[in-house]
Every structure is written in C-alpha cells, then in structure tokens.
Design a binder for this molecule. Structure first.
Ligand code: 5GP
Length: 196
C-alpha cells in the first residue's frame, strides 16, 4: 500500500546540501560525532564504492535493478540521478532514526533536497557553500577520488547547484570546518530540539 505523505516529523530532518566537494560529508560526520542526538541517514546508491567506503556505513551500495525495485515499492522519500548514478533516501532509515527521538542528517544533492523541502517545508535545510569555485576545484582534485572528466562534470553541476542556495533556510560557508560545524550545531540546537 502507498504510504501517506509527511510520515516523519519535519523538524527532525536536517538537510545538508551543496556542491560535490564542498565538505558536506565531513561536516555531517563531525556534527554526528559531537552530538548523540543526531544520526546519519545512510543513502542507497548505484555508484560503486570508492576506496575506504563501507557498505551500510557510507552508503547502501545496490544494483540499478534493486534501486528500480525500491522506487517501484515506494521505499524512497526522495531520489535523484547524479552524474550517471542514482542516489536515494530510504524511508526505513529516516523512520528508524526519528522513532528513537533523534534528528536525521540527510547529506544530499540539490534536486533531492528540493523534493524534501517541498514535502517537509519545516525541515532544517542548510546549503553549504564553498569559499570559492577555485577552492572547490582544489578540494575535488585533492581528495583524489574522481578522475578529471568526473571533476569537470561535478564542477559544471556545482555552478548550477550554487544558484539554488536561496531556497534553503540557511546558507553556511564552509571555509573553516570548526566554525562551520559550530554554526550548524547551534542552528540544530535551536531548531530541532527547542520544543523538547
Ligand atoms: P558521491 O558520489 O560524491 O558520494 O555523491 C554525489 C552526490 O549525491 C553528492 O552531492 C551527495 O551528497 C549526493 N547524495 C548522496 N546521497 C543522496 C541521496 O540519498 N539523495 C540525493 N538526492 N542525493 C544524494
């Protein structure tokens, strides 16, 4: 049976979005390591694991067929194609996090974020902005996980993604990691937990 909309408490959803290489994953992992009231929503993806990535921790790595099945069964709150692969937020992840009274951190690209914001306008949406386009390119090259073609593709997408920052509740520049994490921490404190 099709699940009804808005089945999760929107104020317990924290959407962190922004271009690839802006530091979303590091920011999210740092936030979670400092605050036991937060948990990462582990997405499903058809992308192959990179070196050092673990199934079930970084992503649920699944086949394109399994992803299609998940879409047909209504398993995703949102999903999007990004640079040739599919990525999606699983309802089961969000459910298991919010049912424990925790806030779920969703680290997702901008189209998926737009869908979450449309369905859960009360969510805490944060656009993570790189200090500059040059720094973004350096970070993508520096992390050494993608070849130059992929980096150029991601840079082109980044230019489009940065135009969408105005749709988010907050924009935070990720220049200094500690400062950026502290800023988002206090947004979360005030927004997700103030009513508890
Ligand atoms: P990467 O291949 O670098 O791990 O991820 C590519 C992009 O997909 C990143 O911007 C990442 O945040 C985004 N992404 C990861 N999981 C999801 C998801 O569940 N849904 C959407 N829409 N994007 C995701």
């Amino acid at each position: 049976m099709e699940e009804s909309k808005n089945v999760f408490p929107g104020r317990k959803l924290v959407v962190i979005s922004g271009p690839s290489g802006c530091g979303k994953d590091t920011v999210a992992k740092t936030l979670i390591s400092k605050d036991p009231r937060l948990a990462l929503s582990v997405s499903a993806t058809t992308r192959r694991p990179r070196q050092g990535e673990t199934d079930g921790v970084d992503y649920h790595f699944i086949s394109a067929a399994a992803f299609r099945d998940g879409v047909e069964h209504g398993d995703f709150v949102e999903y999007a194609e990004y640079s040739g692969n599919c990525y999606g937020t699983l309802k089961s992840e969000i459910r298991s996090i919010t049912s424990r009274g925790l806030a779920a951190i969703l680290v997702i690209e901008t189209r998926g974020a737009a869908n979450i914001i449309a369905e859960y306008p009360e969510c805490l949406s944060v656009f993570l902005m790189p200090p500059s386009v040059e720094i973004l390119r350096h970070r993508l090259i520096g992390r050494g996980t993608d070849n130059m073609d992929e980096i150029e593709r991601r840079m082109a997408l980044a230019a489009e993604e940065m135009k969408l920052s105005g749709r988010y509740r907050y924009t935070v520049v990720n220049d200094d990691l500690t400062q950026c994490v502290n800023e988002i921490s206090s947004l979360i404190d005030g927004y997700c937990f103030e009513l508890n």
